[in-house]
Design a protein around this ligand. Structure first.
Ligand SMILES: Cc1cc2nc3c(=O)[nH]c(=O)nc-3n(C[C@H](O)[C@H](O)[C@H](O)COP(=O)(O)O)c2cc1C
Length: 307
């Protein structure tokens, strides 16, 4: 479980050069809104080594009805429902703005069938602005009713359809709502996934205190933040032990020590999600803390005590 001392420095991730191992988790940092709020200061001091877009679907989506958030004692539950402008809207409006960020761009896509995912992968395959693609497989395939990322055979079929469509790195974002997450990772790796990322949110529910009905407009939601950190750590370790491709670890990271722990569990990169809502500069802070921890543990073997 001891990470290499150099774990906080530059990283070659599937051929993409990153300044450090901290990136954002999809859907938790709106770089376009942040640019409006913070101006060029954001570009000069961008908190992440790569930027991962929120999920893009073929058709535009409104997202789920409100309420969309429920605060937990140690985290957040959301039922945002992946609102986005759709592929054409993303290509026309978001991609040109995101291409101006000073870091490589990873586009996260989700389809409700293999054909839809193929369409998304094909569209981004030819865009030089896009360094890599992340496949969000946490949704049901309308043709089979199975959640693509919950079933190794579904993921294998998806990868065999989309892998030939692009030479760009393909990251499969695993769902923790599966009975055997390492088996899904192994199936993805066998069919040519370049990397896997985990964990996505864990399904949860809250009840309206007066009506007794589900609080969230989508009835259930996804739990994230510190509440899921121990689960993320265990899943990252079991997946990293099962595959030879790089793993992006995420789930409840709020400081450098948590990032260090995930790297120790086998992650190559660490993504910061919910913490960025509390502190938009969290990515940069966590990268610095990780560098201190790695440096101190290299020199004294007691670096983590400093965090
Ligand atoms: C408000 C919110 C929106 C999210 N949107 C997406 C999304 O669009 N696509 C996706 O793959 N994951 C999405 N996620 C999941 C995160 O990328 C991440 O996997 C999860 O939140 C665990 O990390 P964290 O505990 O650091 O937040 C979202 C999470 C939150 C809290």
């Amino acid at each position: 479980m001891t990470p290499p001392a150099a774990c906080a420095g530059p990283v070659d991730f599937c051929g993409v050069e990153l300044a450090h191992p901290i990136i954002n988790a999809s859907g938790t940092f709106d770089a376009i809104a942040a640019r409006r709020a913070f101006g060029d200061a954001l570009l000069e001091n961008f908190p992440f080594a790569a930027f991962v877009s929120k999920t893009v679907t073929v058709a535009p989506r409104q997202g789920n009805p409100p309420p969309r958030l429920w605060e937990l004692p140690a985290g957040l539950m959301n039922s945002i429902g992946l609102p986005n402008k759709g592929l054409d809207g993303y290509l026309a409006h978001d991609l040109p703005e995101l291409a101006r960020l000073p870091v490589p761009l990873i586009v996260n896509v989700m389809g409700f069938s293999r054909d839809e995912v193929s369409r998304l992968v094909t569209a981004f395959a030819e865009r030089d602005e896009v360094a890599a693609l992340e496949l969000n497989v946490s949704c049901p395939n309308v043709e089979t009713g199975l959640v693509m990322g919950a079933d190794p055979a579904e993921v294998a079929r998806l990868l065999s359809a989309v892998r030939p469509l692009t030479g760009k790195p393909l990251i499969v974002k695993l769902t923790p709502n599966a009975s055997d997450v390492p088996a899904v990772a192994v199936a993805a790796a066998r069919e040519g996934a370049s990397a896997v990322s985990l964990i996505n949110t864990i399904r949860g529910m809250a009840v309206h205190p007066r009506t007794g009905e589900p609080w969230l407009g989508g009835a259930t939601g996804g739990v994230s933040g510190p509440a899921v950190r121990a689960i993320a750590l265990a899943q990252v370790r079991s997946v990293a032990d099962a595959v030879d491709i790089p793993v992006i670890g995420m789930g409840g990271v709020t400081d450098g020590r948590h990032a260090h722990d995930l790297i120790g569990a086998g992650a190559t990169l660490v993504a910061v999600g919910t913490e960025s809502f509390r502190d938009p500069s969290a990515g940069g802070r966590i990268a610095s803390e990780l560098a201190l921890a790695a440096d101190a543990s290299h020199h004294s073997g007691r670096g983590l005590a400093k965090l």
